[in-house]
Design a binder for this molecule. Structure first.
Ligand SMILES: Nc1ncnc2c1ncn2[C@@H]1O[C@H](COP(=O)(O)OP(=O)(O)OP(=O)(O)O)[C@@H](O)[C@H]1O
Ligand SMILES: [Mg+2]
Length: 453
């Protein structure tokens, strides 16, 4: 008693004056940080963040699309309302980047001419209903002009939210561009008119209705151009967009994009052939620049973890599988448990039965087995097929009808675009699926296939 903490520790450790003190936690943290800094291959990792809007000198290979978007949005510089636009194309083809980059520039240029132009952005991917979409638009508009949004999430009508949205933009902008990114994901509850159709209708008729002075224009960005066919006739005619197509990149274009971001890494940290290999891996498969950039990022992290100081082709190859799983996982994460079970069952038939395409009858039987094993509700075969057909939007699988010769009729079948091993692995990362025994599942798949042979 009576000893203070310091004297106690000194006495008990019994440290000799000549001994050097062991490093404190702070010393260790500083040392670890310094080591990570010197060893790390990264210099400016922000350049590899997919949401970072790079300067225009880093945008390559999209002249036609840039010109297309510019020819529409430059109308704002004359104080006119730009036409509505539909930007469509595969994943990672530059739709979001180019919309944001051109809008930012138009905002700045309008500013110098005393025209207030504002782009209000909405990422629809995680917005599930029409009501939520308007709520998010109010939040984004309010944050952009720095005012209180003054709308609660629940308890007020969509109309009241819309009124607040229009009040905000009307107070601040001469011209407003709503950029609705990944609009095809905004479906809302099934059975009713898709939420994207309602939203497009409400936004595009805002100007012509004449209740507000700000001129309203809408840019919709989508992977799936089919969504246009689902628009209600009124929405289609009031949206009536200028189409701008974004094709997939080839290996050379991906290489070019990466070469313009080399300074994300320290000089000499990119080993020989790494960028060409990224281009080849991504250009051949899907022409997706996001995937290529992500691959470099993952390869860099791997090189750092292993303390190698340089990214080699081998890091890239090892990262590729992880990147693919993460990507599939991102899509899968947003699926309902029933959709996950439908997909899991079908992928299991391909993977463990080694058959392609997978017949819907076999896949559905495995789905039924799965629902019993997981003690989940069992939906009908039509719903199972409908879910899988919807999943073809996400480039995981595709569905078609196939004839099986005389007497056997025509059957709905599913063919996978991705390694099913990865699909299964990504779904297993959801805890509920981890209790499915792989051996048991294999046996059930084989038994089912034998039955149908
Ligand atoms: N032409 C390009 N030049 C430079 N970087 C590009 C180009 N195209 C795409 N990128 C980069 O690739 C990544 C993906 O691009 P972006 O997000 O614009 O794709 P997207 O078409 O919107 O894809 P998704 O449909 O999946 O949303 C981003 O990091 C972006 O900066
Ligand atoms: Mg995008």
């Amino acid at each position: 008693m009576g000893k203070n903490k310091d004297s106690m520790s000194e006495g008990e450790v019994g440290m000799d004056e000549n001994e050097t003190a062991s490093p404190t936690i702070r010393d260790r943290i500083e040392q670890a940080n310094e080591n990570a800094g010197t060893m790390s291959v990264f210099k400016n990792p922000d350049l590899l963040d997919p949401n970072y809007v790079v300067d225009s000198d880093r945008i390559v290979g999209r002249d036609e699309q840039l010109d297309g978007v510019i020819s529409v949005l430059r109308e704002a510089l004359n104080g006119s309302r730009p036409r509505n636009m539909l930007l469509f194309g595969g994943s990672g083809t530059g739709k979001s980047l180019i919309t944001k980059a051109v809008s930012e520039e138009i905002e700045t240029m309008c500013d110098t001419q005393d025209i207030s132009f504002g782009m209000i952005y909405l990422q629809c991917q995680n917005v599930d209903t029409f009501d939520r979409a308007i709520f998010e638009l109010v939040q984004n508009a309010a944050a952009k002009v720095n005012v209180d949004p003054r709308v609660p999430k629940k308890g007020i009508s969509a109309k009241a939210k819309f009124d607040r949205l229009f009040e905000i933009i009307d107070d601040h902008y001469d011209i407003t561009l709503f950029a609705l990114d990944e609009i095809d994901k905004l479906r809302g509850s099934s059975g009713s008119e898709p939420a994207f159709s309602k939203l497009l209708y409400q936004l595009t008729r805002a100007g012509p209705q004449g209740n507000i002075d700000t001129k309203v224009s809408v840019a919709a960005l989508s992977n799936d151009v089919q969504f246009m066919h689902e628009l209600d006739g009124r929405a289609e005619s009031s949206f009536d967009p200028e189409d701008i197509h974004f094709g997939d990149y080839d290996a050379g274009e991906i290489r070019d994009i990466l070469n313009h971001r080399k300074d994300a890494f320290k000089s000499g940290a990119l080993g020989e052939g790494v960028i060409p290999l990224s281009g080849a891996l991504c250009g051949q498969n899907n022409g997706d620049a996001r995937k290529a950039i992500n691959l470099l990022w993952e390869a860099g992290k791997l090189a750092d973890q292993e303390g190698d100081g340089q990214i080699e082709q081998e890091h890239l190859r090892r990262s590729e599988t992880e990147v693919d799983i993460n990507r599939i996982e991102t899509v899968i994460c947003g699926l309902s448990p029933q959709k996950k079970m439908s997909l899991f069952a079908t992928a299991a038939v391909k993977e463990y039965g080694n058959v392609s395409p997978v017949q819907s009858t076999v896949g559905f039987n495995i789905y039924c087995w799965l629902t019993e094993s997981l003690n989940a509700d069992q939906l009908g075969r039509e719903t199972y097929v409908k879910y899988l057909r919807e999943l073809s939007d996400y480039s995981i699988l595709n569905s078609h009808r196939k004839g099986y010769g005389q007497g056997a009729g025509v059957m709905r079948v599913f063919e996978f675009d991705r390694e099913t091993e990865m699909v299964l692995e990504a779904i297993r990362r959801d805890d509920r699926f981890s209790k499915i025994s792989e051996d048991e599942l294999k046996a059930v798949v084989r038994a089912q296939l034998n039955k149908f042979e």
